[in-house]
Ligand binder design. Structure first.
Ligand code: SF4
Length: 499
């Protein structure tokens, strides 16, 4: 079902960089755009080498921005156009059409999306690209603005219309300037995929949308209410990934912990995981868990099943009770603290990742100090900290007592420093241990192998650089003795291991 195609997202709130087209420093973003583009191209080239691409129809390039859920949408669109007889190409230069699959979550994501669209517009001007189709959250959120401010865009597809990609491509190529915006609350349809990650890792999206209403977040209005996929459909896709040799399966949704609730009347993540653990995956990861839906049953399954890595990604955003209330977040500081303690007790060596927002309106010095004290006490291994971004249309944007951006930024820096120390201390504490590492590449710059431990989710966490005599097959798991740290990363050497 799946075939063998980049990150910002949902619960992971991102830093704010204000900007619009006139204010954009295009060159500032070009490197980023090119870097992302290359990521996709790498895997498409792989597909072509495997003979999966065939040359008929239009040549279509894809640029996917934002989170891994967006990536999966892009993978599905790529498979649909390929199945329709078009060719997915590895570079927009020379293509008939470039699909820019955007994120419009906060200002930084919008800027990145606009920069990529403008880069494609330059290619059009130079005659190197014929058409541009914009899909994803930016088009869903700023349809009128794109139509008036970006005339280079030849068509748009909303977040409720990914499966209309083939029709959109044809209409764009016929100069019809399509704008297809289906219902964002539609049932999730099964769809083929052109997997873009390395062969040993794949994302599996188990639900669309979000029914939480965090006061700062625009996602529910862009992605619709929470809709779980039927379990059989998720399992069938997992079986296909298993058959392709995927070793690391990463379950994703705005909130995986809520899986099944609206469809089956109860939380079904434990049952889903039990079934997935019967398959031949080595690691199963969960992104992201809303604190109040982490049930004892879920923790039991995680404790019982070795394949589920002891790594939990639980965005808490803050711990001060007044701020949590203002954010419309369920749970309290005492609930969160109790949950983390329970997880540490039940899941030995558990790595806790979270995301935090500094500078929500009404965040007093005392509330901020409380957050810092919590972080010092709980020593969370991973944390992304972001400056509050007042997104139009969200309740938080209209709240009184806005914190000055400079002060919010100062708080972000303080928390970042605090967390960097926590992480360094934790890395130091691991030295001398042998940990299982998934080998991912030979790093030419470092002159050694590079991989990840259970504590490192791809794209967001660390890398272990290690030496070994001879070749290391990519995608295998090897024991590595951790011997040092370098710029926040770990270094080591292979322990006894035979291929
Ligand atoms: S509304 Fe809350 S839970 Fe839903 S995506 Fe946004 S931050 Fe995450």
């Amino acid at each position: 079902m799946t075939k063998g195609l980049t990150g910002i997202g949902q619960c992971h709130y991102l830093n704010d960089v204000a900007g619009n087209r006139s204010a954009l420093s295009i060159s500032l973003f070009m490197d980023l755009a090119i870097e992302k583009r290359n990521k996709i191209c790498y895997t498409v080239v792989q597909q072509r080498m495997q003979g999966r691409c065939h040359v008929v129809g239009y040549n279509i390039a894809f640029i996917s921005l934002g989170c891994d859920k967006n990536r999966v949408n892009c993978e599905q669109m790529a498979a649909l156009v390929q199945d329709a007889g078009h060719t997915v190409v590895d570079q927009p230069e020379g293509a008939d059409l470039c699909v820019v699959n955007t994120c419009g979550f906060i200002d930084a994501a919008k800027e990145e999306a606009i920069a990529n669209i403008l880069e494609m517009a330059e290619l059009k001007k130079e005659g190197l690209l014929k058409k541009i189709l914009v899909t994803g959250c930016l088009s869903q959120r700023y349809r009128e603005d794109i139509r008036t401010e970006l005339p280079e865009v030849d068509g748009m597809l909303g977040t409720g219309s990914y499966t209309d990609i083939v029709a959109a491509v044809e209409q764009v190529m016929e100069e019809k300037r399509p704008e297809l915006f289906g219902d964002i609350n539609e049932t999730v349809e099964d769809s083929d995929r052109m997997v873009s990650t390395p062969p040993w890792t794949a994302y599996l999206k188990i639900a669309e949308g979000c029914s939480n209403r965090c006061a700062f977040c625009v996602i529910p209005s862009l992605r619709g209410k929470y809709r779980s996929r039927p379990m059989e459909s998720v399992l069938s896709e997992a079986r296909a990934l298993e058959a392709q040799g995927v070793e690391e399966l990463i379950l994703i949704a705005q909130d995986v912990s809520r899986y099944g609730k609206e469809r089956y009347g109860r939380y079904m993540l434990p049952e889903l995981l039990t079934e997935l653990c019967k398959m031949d995956f080595h690691w199963i990861r969960l992104h992201y868990l809303y604190p109040d839906a982490i049930t004892d049953e879920l923790i039991d399954v995680m404790a019982r099943e070795e394949k589920i890595v002891n790594y939990v990604d639980i965005p808490i955003q803050h711990v001060n009770d007044d701020i949590l209330k203002a954010m419309c977040r369920r749970g309290s500081k005492s609930y969160i603290t109790g949950l983390f303690h329970k997880l540490r007790e039940r899941l030995p060596g558990v790595v806790i990742r979270t995301s935090l927002i500094c500078g929500l309106p009404g965040e007093t010095d005392a509330a901020f100090d409380e957050l810092c004290a919590f972080l010092r006490a709980e020593k969370l291994e991973r944390a992304g900290v972001f400056q509050f971004s007042p997104e139009e249309g969200t309740p938080a944007a209209a709240m009184p007592n806005q914190v000055e951006p400079e002060e919010a930024q100062r708080r972000v820096e303080l928390v970042s420093q605090l967390q960097a120390q926590v992480m360094d201390d934790w890395n130091e504490s691991r030295l001398g241990q042998v940990e299982e590492v998934l080998v991912e590449r030979f790093d030419e710059e470092m002159g050694c192998w590079a991989g990840r431990t259970y504590a490192d989710s791809p794209g967001i966490d660390g890398t272990v650089y290690f030496t070994a005599a001879g070749e290391m097959p990519l995608g295998t798991f090897v024991p590595v003795l951790l011997t040092g740290t370098e710029d926040g990363e770990l270094t080591g050497e292979i322990d006894t291991w035979e291929a």
